[in-house]
Design a binder for this molecule. Sequence first.
Ligand code: UDX
Length: 464
Amino acid sequence: MRVAVVGLGYVGLVTAACLAEWDHLVVGVDADPKRLGALREGRMPFHEPRMPELLADGVRSGRLTFTDDLPAAAADADVVVVAVGTHDGNGGWQTDTVRACLAQLVPAMAGGSTLVIRSTLPPDFIRQLPTLISAHAAAAERTLIPVMLNPEFTREGRAVRDFQTPDRVVLGIVSDPDGRGEAMVRRLYDRIEAPMVVMGAIDAAITKLGANLFLATKISFANELAEICDAFGADVSTVVDGMSYDARIGGSFLKAGIGFGGSCLPNQVTMTIRTAGQAGVSTPLLSAVDEVNHRRRIQVVERAAALLDGTVRGRRVALLGLTFKPDTDDLRDAPALTIAGTFIEGGASVVAYDPMPTARERSVVIVPGLEVVDNALDAVEGADIAVLVTEWPEFLDLEWNSVGALMRRRIVIDGRNVLPGEELASSGFLYSSFGRGTFLGDGAGSWIPSAGFAMSPMLQVGEG
Ligand code: UDX
């Protein structure tokens, strides 16, 4: 099939490259000439496993081309996929981009083609879609085309796998009187074995939102549970593992730590709180999810202050990891940036390392005063405390005795509950986690619940 994909961000570019790999003839459309130039040369604008190979194959075979001419690309396509952004960058929605895009492409699309919208859209905008699209079609004296929503559920770092082998494909019908649109989408995705769940457009949009809100809720739940574990001396990882054997609960998205970031979960929580409020619906559960998540970032700094004899002022902090999760170079709503900024405001100097060079370069522009270095050992050298923010595999393999020898004080906060706490403590580290307690590193294996550490006289040790 001939496919035009409009908007070459994470969602659009992954969609375009995966469809080209399945032998569709794909043209990617974007307004950014720099991005188009790089893509034509097979260079990825962001880090995503497997995408460099898919892009190179697509470009080499001629199945994947790029243009900024939206009407021409739309006119030649059997299916037009819209994947432009809908965040306003401030925790809310913006629909200007998608509106501008529809105004250009609907009049250009051929009679037998289908429009598929993959961007996440606010529910009230979806209600306006049929009228908006018929107005554009009527103004251009075009027949009405089928319009479908096809929300994506791809995770950064595993976007290709999530696209090619999803758990389900959700298809929301905006307008498809004779079923032609659904048939086109089934052909487009004929390599996918997962069930296709067909429903109304608003149901599809809220299915997408609901999935992300539920995942965010699970994480904040795990983080609140971690605080309870800390207060009573339990280990949240063991507790969650024990819970996960209950098929009604499962174990995924229950990893406690410093909370969720990224382009989707935080935004979708705040956008839903706002839009539900405007519709007269109160969302106390989602407000709590957001509060628990943001509180965590501040708690890291408060915890560090308590471990550093009451203040972070004048202390040197090593941050391990900047991206919002491993296997991406994405810094959008990355907890590390808030944490670094809060440390700096408190008078600490912060030296960060992340395996992604682009993340290091961009983070110093976003967080004034942040210093970045090219490897983990340089970050910890002379540090009073190290904070693991992103669980990149290379941090799990660090040789902690060598790390300790470089640090001014052997203190670690494990923001992702992934380091071997008891092992670190036996190397003389004061190891503090969220939900697994604080090991004092006093040689006797002493352990206290993290929630109580600030009060413990045992912590009045150290060089000060
Ligand atoms: C998310 C959704 O998973 C995906 O379906 C949607 O299409 C886009 O948003 P993504 O933002 O790429 O994907 O990352 P995800 O893997 O969901 O992780 C989000 C955040 O939650 C990360 O900061 C991660 O560190 C955190 N997280 C995840 C936890 O803190 N604990 C967990 O158990 C899982």
